[in-house]
Design a binder for this molecule. Structure first.
Ligand code: PS7
Ligand code: MN
Ligand code: MN
Ligand code: MN
Ligand code: MN
Ligand code: MN
Length: 343
């Protein structure tokens, strides 16, 4: 594993790695392990998107300010002094010191800058679109997740291919790259039900919850637990549809550092979905996988055989949990069967 050489780095690049470690709970280690010039490109990509997401998440910014900021965010990459000092979010430092991030962005090779700027543009427009409407249909759920995570998968895949550390096919197959992001984002949205609804955000699709409740927030009421679990299990089942694409995508990777970077978050997401499934805690607090479990996954998920074994293990655990009375039972068992066949 190549180590980061802080001595030879400019002060602004060192600052960027400090921000990476401050803002990402799970990505810092795998990004720092990436080979060659891909490492800095992905670090800067992360910080640019963390900045954009901090604007999206900040409920204290009025819509009239936020919408144009999201739409124009990609232009700030080329404005050396652009920064935003009014955010209340926990990660606001990346916006306050955005000039340090944009300076390092402008030092990247053109092939990397073009990908990052394009994804930032499309994501900002998508985030703005969804500030003004809610997530209605299941198709709209896929569209919102495409904007905030599928595009990350597509951009990362293009960076991998641009670095020559992955085949051109990886960057060209946007469907598979999109699925990689959708699986992570859907898991995040499912797990964050309570946090998001308490803050006035609603990312669970109406088409799902309207089958079980008049209002999304009501699913947290103890007397609605059965409906809440049915809705939860429906969404977990929908997220599981992406697992076959995840397996196909990972099987195409040849570089060890890229494989680890891609595989670890995916197996963590599957472990998270497995604990969330049919779990009342989703409506009462924060559901997290055990620390020891996370450490084991991070160490193990470094080759295709191990990933298949992990997926087989969790899909078996999930099958054990499928309740006899759950409305999505047949659909859940079906997708688990498809996954078992592929893994
Ligand atoms: C560039 C590594 C590896 C092919 C900041 C990594 C929100 C789940 O919903 O704040 O606000 O609560 O918890 C990461 C595909 C994206 C998708 C995305 C960029 C994997 C800004 C991660 C991460 C594609 C948009 C968690 C998607 O943030 O979410 C880099 C391959 C950022 C990946 C958002 C969500 C990340 C997320 P929320 P969080
Ligand atoms: Mn967000
Ligand atoms: Mn966020
Ligand atoms: Mn969040
Ligand atoms: Mn979230
Ligand atoms: Mn989060």
């Amino acid at each position: 594993m190549a180590k980061l050489d802080y001595e030879s780095m400019s002060e602004s690049l060192r600052t960027c790695y400090t921000y990476l470690n401050q803002t990402s709970r799970s990505f810092a280690a795998v990004i720092e392990s990436l080979d060659g010039d891909l490492r800095h490109a992905v670090c800067i990509f992360y910080l640019v998107l963390r900045s954009l997401d901090t604007v999206e998440d900040d409920m204290t910014i009025p819509l009239a300010t936020k919408v144009p900021m999201l739409n124009d965010f990609h232009t700030f990459l080329y404005q050396a002094d652009w920064c935003f000092t009014e955010s209340q979010e926990k990660d606001r430092q990346v916006l306050e010191d955005f000039p340090t991030i944009s300076l390092e962005f402008r030092k990247l090779g053109q092939q990397y800058r073009e990908v990052i700027s394009d994804i930032c543009h499309r994501m900002g427009m998508g985030m703005a679109e969804f500030l003004e409407k809610k997530v209605g249909s299941m198709k709209e759920w896929d569209l919102y997740c495409h904007y905030v995570a599928g595009l990350v998968g597509i951009g990362l895949s293009q960076l991998f291919s641009a670095s020559q550390l992955a085949d051109p096919e990886v960057g060209q197959d946007t469907e598979l790259a999109n699925s990689m992001g959708l699986f992570l984002q859907k898991t995040n949205i499912i797990r964050d039900y309570l946090e998001d609804t308490q803050q006035g955000r609603a990312f669970w699709p109406q088409e799902a919850w309207v089958q079980f409740s008049d209002r999304l927030e009501d699913l947290a009421q103890p007397e609605k637990l059965e409906s809440a679990l049915s809705c939860l299990n429906l969404l977990v089942t929908d997220a599981l549809r992406h697992v076959p694409d995840v397996l196909t995508y990972l099987a195409r990777l040849r570089n060890q550092s890229i494989f680890n970077f891609c595989a670890i978050p995916q197996v963590m997401a599957l472990a998270t979905l497995t604990v969330c499934y049919n779990n009342p805690m989703v409506f009462r607090g924060v559901v997290k996988i055990r620390k020891g479990q996370a450490v084991t996954l991070m160490m193990d998920a470094n080759n295709m055989e191990a990933v298949r074994a992990i997926i087989t293990q969790y899909s078996g655990e999930l099958r054990q949990k499928v309740s006899l009375t759950d409305p999505s039972r047949a659909e859940t068992l079906h997708i688990l069967g498809v996954i078992a066949e592929k893994s």
